[in-house]
Design a protein around this ligand. Structure first.
Ligand code: MG
Length: 208
């Protein structure tokens, strides 16, 4: 019998075409392109970086919602894949270093309801305080993503991981099959991790 499959998917730049968090920081002039590029270095603690930047963001949640809904473009096939997974009892979860203040309005608009891990943003007039309830000093975002892959392995399942960034690398190494784009695709090639290029989610769905 074929092993059951679970899918773990990053959000920014993977489920969405562009990185929404980065777009917000650029649009509200919190970080420039160069700083954002640096945040993707394997040496950067991504969650610490996000906390620092969102602390400087003073736009109200409604402004952020309006902005993200005006720019968001989902990767083709995302909603269909999620529907397919629901119908076929295939676990699908989002594991993201992004935050609820922008992810929730997007998922709500698209009527996507899946298990997901996002940071939580608390708004005050002097910036957002971010919390990552699933991370601590010992567990970085990259490790947490890898832990999610391993938790399905422990259940005897095969895991497909989709991602685009440096914090997806550990999870990609641990997964059985990787769909990668952008930085992750480059890193996987450099490190000889077997992966398929993620363009739309349709080919992934066809393979299930
Ligand atoms: Mg990403």
């Amino acid at each position: 019998m074929k092993r059951k499959t679970a899918i773990i998917c990053d959000f920014d730049g993977t489920m969405t075409v562009k990185d929404i968090g980065d777009s917000i920081l650029k649009h509200f002039k919190i970080a420039n392109a160069q700083e954002i590029e640096k945040s993707y270095s394997l040496q950067t603690n991504f969650e610490k970086w996000m906390r620092e930047k969102f602390k400087k963001l003073t736009a109200k949640p409604q402004e952020i919602e309006k902005y993200v809904l005006s720019i968001v473009q989902m990767r083709r096939g995302a909603s269909d894949l999620i529907k397919f997974c629901k119908q076929n009892s295939i676990p699908f979860e989002i594991v993201s270093g992004g935050v609820d203040v922008y992810a929730e309005p997007i998922l709500k608009k698209l009527k996507i309801k899946v298990k997901s891990f996002f940071g939580r943003a608390r708004y005050s007039s002097d910036g957002y305080v971010l919390e990552y309830p699933f991370l601590d000093e010992k567990i970085t975002l990259a490790q947490f993503k890898m832990n999610r892959v391993q938790s399905y392995h422990r259940k005897g399942m095969r895991v497909i991981f989709c991602g685009d960034g440096t914090s997806d690398l550990k999870a990609a190494k641990a997964a059985d099959l990787v769909y990668a784009t952008k930085k992750l695709l480059k890193l996987c090639k450099e490190k000889k991790i077997k992966c398929l290029p993620l363009v739309t989610f349709s080919s992934l769905q066809k393979s299930l």
